[in-house]
Design a binder for this molecule. Structure first.
Ligand code: HEM
Length: 403
């Protein structure tokens, strides 16, 4: 494995391993481990049964009784990822078992200490991230079959049944679809396109990625808003836990961490970096902060792509109409994805939020404190619109309307 710091575009073409990227599935972890060594049985048993344990209010008691296990019997990247995923589920379940009115303010040492140590080894924060719940939380029902929604299941899932699984699996398939674009990015890496102009045309491979966004049918808006969303909530910018969460045995002060969000998806930030899309200050700093919730190698790829000469400048300097058209088709695809995503957010957050406020929430107000705020802590609609609009501004030929 090479040293990531010293990478140039040329090296990027040849060594995907360095960025923990798979040739077949991009940022998705290939063949995630599905079990840990026997020593960790208690983690796996509790995480695998998290829904009934939350519903019967037993999870906290059982976590309090766990022994403090050493993380040093975990071997290799895949075991560490599975441990981070299982401990992340236990943490979210522990904190939010009793809903928004009674969040746990302290994570017991039995969970906090091994979780912090596993997190340090991976370079991830000790909270459930997108790298866990989406990129490493899957297996094939039939190992010989294809990676498609009917043949996929999650390893762990929160209350919310099919909708919870659907939320993770649809996001997983978006990442899988994005892998074709990520692979193409190797060839249009800004370093390379300076010398190999023909390669830039390959950027159009990014385009089909966005046709794969299929959300309806797998996630029910009422379950998502009323049941599931609280389990992604973090302890930063969150009125339910304004002072953060104390990790017992790790530090003496509570710490603040954002909840899980697809804003932590490395694929979309890679496309922004590659296409040279610049967001407004506030949105850009939120997205940059979300990189702290990605694996260091994924973050590094985004930074490597951003640090080269902007692709957009290069395309403009070539004065080749076909290149401009290809570039614009990639940007339009990203604009369309973000417009589509805005409609998803309205359907899954804004409308159920209004309904819950008007009727009194059918789930005992489980999520009223979250109503219009994303689980990553953003002020949702203005933030997402600003990102969509700055993407649109990158178009070389500015059309009047893009749907
Ligand atoms: C029920 C479905 C979904 C809802 C309700 C939803 C909600 C949100 C919210 C509220 C944000 C703002 C950041 C935050 O505070 O968390 C966000 C950002 C984001 N979401 Fe989603 N999301 C959904 C599905 C997806 C899927 C399937 C993807 C694709 C992987 C995705 C990709 C993104 C990205 C990339 C951002 C960062 C903003 C951007 O770059 O445009 N989301 N989402």
């Amino acid at each position: 494995m090479g040293n990531i710091e010293s990478y140039t575009g040329a090296a990027l073409v040849t060594d995907l391993d360095c960025f923990n990227l798979s040739e077949r599935s991009g940022f998705v972890l290939e063949q995630p481990e599905i079990d840990l060594p026997e020593y960790y049985r208690v983690w796996m048993d509790l995480a695998s049964n998290i829904t009934p344990l939350i519903q019967s209010h037993q999870l906290r008691v059982l976590v309090d009784q766990m022994p403090v296990l050493s993380p040093y019997n975990l071997k290799g990247h895949r075991e560490l990822r599975l441990a981070h995923l299982a401990l992340g589920f236990l943490t979210m379940g522990y904190v939010w078992q009793e809903g928004q009115h009674l969040p746990a303010k302290t994570l017991p040492k039995s969970l906090a200490l091994p979780y912090s140590l596993v997190s340090q080894r991976l370079g991830l924060p000790p909270i459930l991230t997108y790298a866990d719940s989406v990129l490493a939380n899957w297996r094939l029902k039939d190992p010989t079959g294809a990676m498609e929604i009917g043949n996929l299941e999650t390893l762990f899932s929160f209350p919310g049944g099919e909708s919870c699984q659907g939320f993770f699996l649809v996001s997983l398939l978006v990442e899988k679809a994005a892998s074709a674009g990520i692979k193409a990015s190797r060839y249009v890496c800004p370093y390379l396109c300076i010398t190999h102009t023909s390669n830039v045309c390959l950027s159009c491979h990014v385009h089909p990625v966005f046709l794969h966004v299929l959300f309806s049918g797998h996630v029910d808006p009422t379950s998502f808003h009323g049941i599931l969303r609280i389990f992604f909530s973090g302890w930063r910018d969150n009125p339910m836990l304004p002072d953060g969460l104390l990790y017992e045995g790790v530090g003496v002060k509570p710490i603040m961490l954002s909840g899980g969000s697809a804003a932590q998806s490395p694929s979309i930030q890679c496309f922004d970096a590659l296409l040279g899309i610049c967001h407004e200050d506030h949105a850009a700093s939120f997205l940059r902060r979300m990189r702290e919730y990605m694996l260091p190698s994924h973050r590094q790829l985004i930074e490597t792509l951003s640090s080269g000469s902007p692709l957009r400048d290069f395309v403009l300097s070539c004065s080749r109409p076909s290149l401009c058209i290809n570039y614009d088709s990639c940007v339009s695809a990203l604009v369309n994805l973000r417009s589509y995503h805005l409609s998803v957010v309205a359907r899954y957050i804004t409308i159920p939020g209004h309904r819950a406020r008007a009727m009194g929430c059918p789930f005992n107000g489980v999520c009223s404190a979250l109503d219009d705020t994303g689980t990553g802590g953003s002020n949702t609609l203005p933030f997402l619109k600003s990102i969509r609009d700055s993407t649109r501004r990158a178009l070389i030929a500015q059309p009047r309307h893009i749907t």
